[in-house]
Design a protein around this ligand. Structure first.
Ligand code: SAM
Length: 207
């Protein structure tokens, strides 16, 4: 099935193709191909004007969202300075410097200082910390806005109860489960967890 589905994925721009090849060679974790295709659909459908991303890596997903919503202003936050500088170079190479701002810092510290609001937020940083960003994500998202969270299945580890997970994954599984439960039971949200990529939680903030 995966082999067949991969033949249906859209061809990427030369820049995104090159970034994917780089990420594979140097083991930089970026959106999986099926998740990237889904992000393309979501961004094209939603037509956001202001986007926030947490977890830039080398800029692949920011550039993908820019391709789908060229008018949008994108703020993207990356904790690792070297990676963020690489992302800035890639963004400059794509002539998208005016539209995409790479903020170097820890999302936990940067988000509380952002005024927002944003029409779309893509959360793709450390899964174990999603829960700590919950209130700021909610504050920063406009009513009718879209929140997309990647890696919510955590390579199937989420299906194991935290107390049965290997010690090194226990906190992540615990926190991620708490985040998923909170988001899917929040009366202000309509949320759905999909088995796309490594598990994508799609949330709309009710108007
Ligand atoms: C999965 S990668 C992001 C991939 C990128 N969104 C893409 O698809 O092209 C996760 C990134 O989040 C960054 N990160 C981890 N914790 C973070 C934090 N607290 N604040 C900001 N960035 C963080 C990591 O350094 C890493 O570059």
């Amino acid at each position: 099935m995966d082999a067949f589905l991969s033949t249906l994925l859209p061809k990427e721009s030369t820049q995104l193709e090159a970034l994917r090849a780089y990420a594979e060679e140097y083991r930089v974790p970026i959106l999986r191909s099926d998740a990237a295709s889904f992000m393309r659909t979501l961004t094209t459908l939603h037509k956001p004007k202001r986007i926030l991303e947490i977890g830039t890596a080398i800029g692949y997903s920011a550039l993908l969202m820019h391709e789908c919503s060229p008018e949008a202003h994108i703020d993207t936050v990356e904790i690792d300075p070297d990676t963020a500088l690489q992302a800035r170079k890639n963004i400059e190479a794509g002539n998208t410097k005016e539209q995409i701002r790479v903020i170097i810092g820890d999302g936990n510290e940067v988000l509380p200082a952002l005024p927002g609001p944003y029409d779309m937020i893509f959360l793709d940083s450390a899964k174990g910390q999603y829960i700590h960003l919950y209130d700021d994500l909610k504050r920063l998202l406009v009513p009718g806005g879209l929140l997309v969270c990647d890696n919510c299945i955590f390579y199937d580890k989420i299906f194991t109860r935290p107390e049965e997970a290997p010690h090194k994954h226990r906190t992540i599984v615990h926190n991620l489960r708490e985040f998923l439960t909170k988001a899917t039971h929040d009366a202000d949200y309509t949320a759905s967890l999909l088995q796309v990529g490594d598990g994508m939680l799609i949330v709309t903030k009710n108007r």
